[in-house]
Design a protein around this ligand. Structure first.
Ligand code: PHE
Ligand code: ZN
Length: 881
C-alpha cells in the first residue's frame, strides 16, 4: 500500500481500519527555532487479522528524517523507504514492536500554521486535521487512538513555559540553569489531531473550578505578557461553560487541569486539543475599549465550543474525516444552546439563522455545495465549512424537534455511555436516538447525505363554513454538484394558526400528516394537513423558531405578514415577517434598478410597522435592533439566484434604508436621544442589546441630516469599542466630513492593540465606495499590514471579498483580479488561508454574464499557476466544475 498523495480523492466508501494500532506515543521535543528535533517512540501492535509482515505505511508531510529504529536497533536502509511525505516499513514484525523515529523540523519557517510553528516567538502546534504528520511520521487519522507522553526541552530564557496535553508529571533544569524540560502525560487515548504542545514566555491567569462530583480543576489561561487583564471574560465564560455542561448534558470535566493558550497567528477560531486548547487570541482577549459586544459573544461561544468538545469530539471522536459533523455540528448545537441559556434565546436564534443563511445557504446554492457528511474530498481542510458546522447544528436541533426533548436527552446519554472512548460515525450517533425514541431514523440520514437547501412550499385555504383550514405542503431540493436528484427528508415544521386577536387558535383535529404538539412532520414530497374546528380565518405562522434549515415559500399577502410582524407569539417569526416583506420589496427594487429604472417606493405600512416595533418598549432592545436590520446584500442576491447585479442590489438596499430613515427620522432621533444617557459598560445581554439598538438607530440617522452631529458625538463620547466602531463605520460609510479624522484618531488610539486595528482595516475594506478597492490595495502596503497574520489578512482581504459584495463584484472585474492575485501570492505560504479567501468566488455563477465572464477568467488564471496547493486546487477546481 502506498501512502496517499496530498490532493488525491478520498472516499467514504473506501474506509478501512488501519492494519496496525499505535498504543502509546512518547514524544520528545528538543526545541530550536530552525532545527527542532522530534523523537517519537511508537508502541505498534498489528491489529487482529492483519497479515504477518504487512507493510506499515506512515503519513508524513514535508518531513526530514534523521533516523529510524525498531526495538532499539537502527533499521537497515532496505527495510524502509522514507520520503518527506511518508515512511513505509516493508515487513514489520508480526508482533508488538517499538518504532523510534527522529525527525528535524523548522518551526520558524512554518508559515502554513499547521504542525509545529511559532507565533510571535511562542512555539505552538495545530494538528487538526492533518498537521501531526508535519511533526513526525504517523498513522495520522482520527481512528488511531493512543496514550501520549510528551517531553519538551528548551532554553529557560526562551521558553519558561512548557505545556502539553494532560498532567505535568516531571520537570527539571540543567545544572547551569540555562535549559529545562517538562514531561506531560495524558491518560486518555486520543487521535493525533488532538495532540498539542506549547512553549514560550507567557503570562498566566489562574482560577479554579470544582466539578459536580468534587474534582478540583486548575484553570489556566496563558496570554502574552501585558494581556492578563483581558482574559477575565474568557475565564468567566469557561467556568460558566463547565457548569452548564454538567447541568444541561450531565458532562463533567475529566482532568485536573484545563489550559487555554492564546496566540496571535492562527488559521481558525480555536482548537480543542485535550486539556490544552489553543485559541486565536481574538476569542480570548477582551476589554471594553478594544472589544465589541460581538467580540464578547464570540469569546463566550468559542470558549464554550472548545470546552464542550472535551466530550463531543475528544472522549468520543470521529472514525474518519467524513464524520466531521459528528463532533462539529453537535458541538455548535451545544454552544448555541449554552449561549441561548446565558442570554436571550430568541435573539440568539435570530442571529444564528442570519449567519446560517448568509454563509450556509449561500454555500449550498453554489459550486462548493456539499452534504453535511460529504462522501468524497480532495483536501479535508476545505471541509471546515458552514455546512458541516452550522447546518450540522441545525440537523441536531431538527432531530430534537422531531423526537422531542425527552427522547433527545435519553439519546444523548446513550451516546455518551455507549461510545465513550470510540471513534464513531453518524450512523452510530443516530442509532442512539432511534433506540431512545423508538423511531426509524433511516430517513433522517438523508439530511446528512444530500446537499442543497430544501424548499418547502406552503399554501393555506380556509373554509369558514366547515371551520376547516387546509395546508398544502410540498418539499423539493435543488440539484447540487454530483447530486442531480433528491429524495424528501423529514422536516419538522413548528407552527401556529394565529387568530384575529393575535393568539394561536385551538385546533381540535388534524389529518394528513403526523402532528405532535405544535410540530408538523413533513416527511413526503407533498402532504396536505387538514385542521378542523378552526374558529376563524387564521394566519399560518410556519417554521417557528426556524425549526428546520429550509427555505419557506409561502405567498402570504402583505397584510398577513404585517399582522405576524405585529402579533405572532413566536419572536423569530415576527422578525422573519419583516425580513420577508423587505426581501420581496428589495428583489423587485433591484430588478427595476438593474433594468435601468428607479426603486419603487417603500411600502408605507411596512415603514410604519417598523416604527411601531422600534418604539415598543415591551420588546427588548436587541430584538428591536434585529427587526430594523434589512436582509443583507448577500441574502438578496441569493434570493434572486441568477443574473445577479450586486450594484443594483446595493442601490435598492440603500434606497430602502434611506426611505425608512427619512420617514422615521423623528421617531429614531427621539429613541436615540433617550438612550444616550450614560450607563457603565457591561458586556451582558441587556447592555449589548441597548448598544445594538442605539447603534442601529445611529446607522439610520447617518443617512439623514439628523445624523450629522450625532455621528461625531457618538464617536467622541464612546467609552467602549462597540459604540466607537459603530460611529466610525457610520462616518466612513456615509463619506462624512469627519471620517478621515476619525480614522486617524482610531488608528492612533489603538495602534498597540492588534485586534482593534483589525477593525480599522475591516471598516475601510467594507466601505460602500467605488474607491474601496484602491484603498484596500494601498492598505496592503500599510506598515501594520502583514500577510503572515491570518486575522489581518481576513480583516482586509477577507472582509473586502466576503462582506462587500458590490465592490468585490465590481463590473470591471478588478475585485476578482485583486483577490486572485492575493491568493496566488499567499498560496505558497499559507494554503489554508488562501483557499478560504477564495471561497468568495462561491457565487460567481449566479452573476450577470459580464461579471461571470470576468470571474471565470480569474479562476482560470489561478488554476493555471504551478505549483498550486491541494487546498487552492480543490476550491478553484470545484468552482470551475
Ligand atoms: N476543531 C476546531 C473547532 O471547531 C476548528 C479547527 C479546525 C481548528 C482545523 C484548527 C484547524 O473547534
Ligand atoms: Zn469545533
Amino acid at each position: 500500500m502506498m501512502s496517499r498523495h496530498a490532493g488525491q480523492a478520498v472516499r467514504l466508501a473506501d474506509y478501512q481500519p488501519t492494519l496496525y494500532a499505535i498504543e502509546t506515543v512518547d514524544l520528545d521535543f528538543l526545541l530550536s527555532p530552525h532545527a527542532t528535533l522530534v523523537t517519537a517512540r511508537l508502541a505498534i501492535v498489528p491489529r487482529d487479522g492483519t497479515d504477518a509482515g504487512a507493510p506499515l505505511v506512515l503519513d508524513g508531510d514535508g518531513l526530514t528524517l534523521v533516523s529510524v529504529s525498531l526495538d532499539g536497533r537502527p533499521l537497515a536502509a532496505e527495510a524502509f523507504t522514507a520520503t518527506p511525505d511518508g515512511l513505509t516499513v516493508a515487513t514489520p514484525p508480526a508482533r508488538p514492536f517499538t518504532l523510534e523515529i527522529v525527525t528535524e523540523i523548522d518551526p520558524e519557517a512554518n508559515l502554513a500554521l499547521s504542525g509545529l510553528y511559532r507565533s510571535r516567538g511562542t512555539y505552538c502546534t495545530q494538528c487538526e486535521a492533518e498537521g501531526f504528520r508535519r511533526i513526525t511520521y504517523f498513522l495520522d487519522r482520527p481512528d488511531v487512538l493512543s496514550i501520549y507522553t510528551t517531553r519538551i526541552e528548551a532554553p529557560v530564557a526562551e521558553a519558561p513555559i512548557l505545556l502539553a496535553n494532560g498532567n505535568q508529571i516531571v520537570s527539571g533544569t540543567s545544572a547551569d540553569g540555562t535549559r529545562h524540560f517538562a514531561v506531560w502525560h495524558d491518560p486518555y487515548p486520543k487521535p493525533s489531531y488532538l495532540f498539542a504542545m506549547v512553549a514560550g514566555d507567557l503570562a498566566l491567569v489562574r482560577d479554579d473550578f470544582v466539578t459536580a462530583s468534587g474534582r478540583e480543576v486548575d484553570l489556566r489561561i496563558y496570554v502574552e505578557h501585558g494581556n492578563e487583564d483581558r482574559a477575565t471574560y474568557a475565564m468567566d465564560a469557561l467556568k460558566r461553560s463547565m457548569r452548564w455542561d454538567e447541568e444541561a448534558f450531565g458532562r463533567e470535566y475529566d482532568l485536573d487541569i484545563f489550559m487555554i493558550v492564546a496566540v496571535s497567528d492562527f488559521n481558525m477560531g480555536a482548537m480543542e486539543n485535550k486539556g490544552l486548547n489553543i485559541f486565536n487570541d481574538k476569542y480570548v482577549l477582551a476589554a471594553p475599549e478594544t472589544a465589541t459586544d460581538q467580540d464578547y459573544t464570540g469569546i463566550e461561544g468559542v470558549i464554550a465550543h472548545e470546552y464542550f468538545h472535551n466530550w463531543t469530539g475528544n472522549r468520543i471522536t470521529c472514525r474518519d474525516w467524513f464524520q466531521l459533523c459528528l463532533k462539529e455540528g453537535l458541538t455548535v448545537f451545544r454552544d448555541q444552546e449554552f449561549s441561548s441559556d446565558q442570554r436571550s434565546r430568541p435573539v440568539k436564534r435570530i442571529s444564528d439563522v442570519r449567519t446560517l443563511r448568509a454563509q450556509q445557504f449561500t454555500e449550498d446554492a453554489g459550486p462548493l455545495a456539499h452534504p453535511v457528511r460529504p462522501e468524497i474530498y480532495h483536501e479535508i481542510n476545505n471541509f471546515y465549512t458552514a455546512t458541516v458546522y452550522e447546518k450540522g447544528a441545525e440537523l441536531i436541533r431538527a432531530l430534537k424537534t422531531l423526537i422531542g426533548a425527552d427522547a433527545f436527552a435519553r439519546g444523548m446519554d446513550l451516546y455518551f455511555d455507549r461510545h465513550d472512548g470510540d471513534a464513531a460515525t453518524i450512523e452510530d450517533f443516530l442509532a442512539c436516538f432511534a433506540e431512545a425514541s423508538g423511531s426509524d431514523l433511516a430517513p433522517f440520514l438523508m439530511w446528512y447525505r444530500q446537499a442543497g437547501t430544501p424548499r418547502v412550499t406552503a399554501r393555506g385555504t380556509y373554509d369558514a363554513e366547515a371551520r376547516r383550514f387546509t395546508l398544502d405542503l410540498a418539499q423539493t431540493c435543488p440539484p447540487t454538484p454530483g447530486q442531480p436528484t433528491k429524495l424528501p427528508v423529514p422536516i419538522p415544521v413548528r407552527f401556529g394558526l394565529v387568530g384575529p386577536n393575535g393568539a394561536d387558535l385551538d385546533v381540535t383535529a388534524v389529518s394528513g400528516a403526523t402532528v405532535k404538539d405544535d410540530v408538523i412532520h413533513l416527511t413526503e414530497a407533498s402532504q396536505t394537513v387538514v385542521f378542523e374546528g378552526v374558529a376563524a380565518r387564521p394566519v399560518p405562522s410556519l417554521l417557528r423558531a426556524f425549526s428546520a434549515p429550509v427555505v419557506l415559500d409561502i405567498d402570504l399577502p402583505l397584510e398577513d405578514r404585517l399582522f405576524l410582524l405585529g402579533h405572532d407569539s413566536d419572536p423569530f417569526n415576527r422578525w422573519e415577517a419583516a425580513q420577508a416583506i423587505a426581501t420581496v420589496a428589495l428583489k423587485a427594487a433591484a430588478a427595476a434598478i438593474a433594468a435601468g429604472g428607479t426603486s419603487p417606493e417603500t411600502d408605507r405600512s411596512f415603514v410604519s410597522a417598523l416604527g411601531t416595533v422600534a418604539a415598543d418598549e415591551t420588546l427588548d432592545h436587541a430584538f428591536r435592533a434585529l427587526v430594523l436590520q434589512l436582509p443583507s446584500e448577500t441574502d438578496i442576491a441569493r434570493e434572486i439566484g441568477s443574473d445577479v447585479d450586486p450594484t443594483a442590489i446595493a442601490a435598492a438596499r440603500r434606497n430602502m434604508r434611506r426611505a425608512i430613515a427619512e420617514a422615521l427620522a423623528d421617531t429614531f432621533a427621539g429613541l436615540y436621544d433617550r438612550l444616550s444617557t450614560a450607563e457603565p459598560f457591561r458586556p451582558d445581554a441587556a447592555g449589548a442589546g441597548r448598544r445594538a439598538f442605539r447603534n442601529t438607530l445611529l446607522d439610520y440617522l447617518s443617512l439623514v441630516p439628523a445624523g450629522a452631529g450625532r455621528m461625531e458625538r457618538h464617536y467622541d463620547t464612546a467609552d467602549n469599542m462597540t459604540d466607537r466602531l459603530a460611529a466610525l463605520t457610520a462616518l466612513v460609510f456615509t463619506g462624512a466630513a469627519g471620517a478621515e479624522a476619525a480614522l486617524a484618531d482610531f488608528y492612533d488610539r489603538f495602534k498597540d492593540h492588534p485586534l482593534a486595528i483589525d477593525k480599522w482595516f475591516v471598516v475601510q475594506a467594507t466601505a460602500p465606495s467605488d474607491d474601496t478597492l484602491d484603498t484596500v490595495r494601498r492598505l496592503t502596503g500599510h506598515p501594520a499590514f502583514a500577510f503572515t497574520n491570518p486575522n489581518r489578512v481576513r480583516s482586509l482581504v477577507g472582509a473586502f471579498s466576503m462582506a462587500n459584495p458590490a465592490q468585490f463584484n465590481r463590473p470591471d472585474g478588478a475585485g476578482y483580479a485583486f483577490l486572485a492575485s492575493t491568493a496566488i501570492d499567499l498560496d505558497p505560504r499559507n494554503p489554508q488561508l488562501a483557499a478560504r479567501l477564495l471561497g468568495a468566488f462561491r457565487s460567481w455563477r449566479t452573476m450577470e454574464p459580464g461579471r461571470r465572464a470576468k470571474a471565470e477568467v480569474e479562476l482560470r488564471r489561478i488554476a493555471a499557476v504551478r505549483p498550486l496547493s491541494p487546498d487552492v486546487t480543490d476550491i478553484v477546481g470545484r468552482c470551475l466544475a
